[in-house]
Design a protein. Structure first.
Length: 99
């Protein structure tokens, strides 16, 4: 079998064109992610500065809120109910027992 250009199985120019476009697209996507990340970081810094709290104080505040929510959820989970499981509310707004 001869090695001339008419026997090629695929067009190398088309293949190289696709590779170049893929590389350019990847570069543009990387730049887009970088710009988006910068915008998010700047917005976060502006928000933090607007709270007039240090990052450590914000972390303590968030941890305290999470602990309070966890405690409230656990207490609600353990609280006894009035004997029946409650289901979907009726049209008048009162809960209906689940059979």
């Amino acid at each position: 079998m001869s090695e001339n250009s008419s026997d090629r199985r695929f067009d190398t120019r088309l293949f190289l064109g696709g590779a170049v476009l893929t590389a350019l697209g990847s570069l543009l996507a990387t730049l887009g992610v970088a710009l988006g990340s910068v915008a998010v970081v700047q917005a976060g810094r502006r928000w933090q500065q607007g709270t007039e709290m240090t990052p450590a104080q914000l972390a303590r505040h968030a941890l305290g809120s999470a602990q309070a929510a966890t405690t409230a959820g656990a207490q609600a989970w353990r609280a006894p109910r009035d004997g029946a499981r409650l289901g979907v509310a009726s049209p008048d707004g009162r809960p209906q027992p689940v059979p």
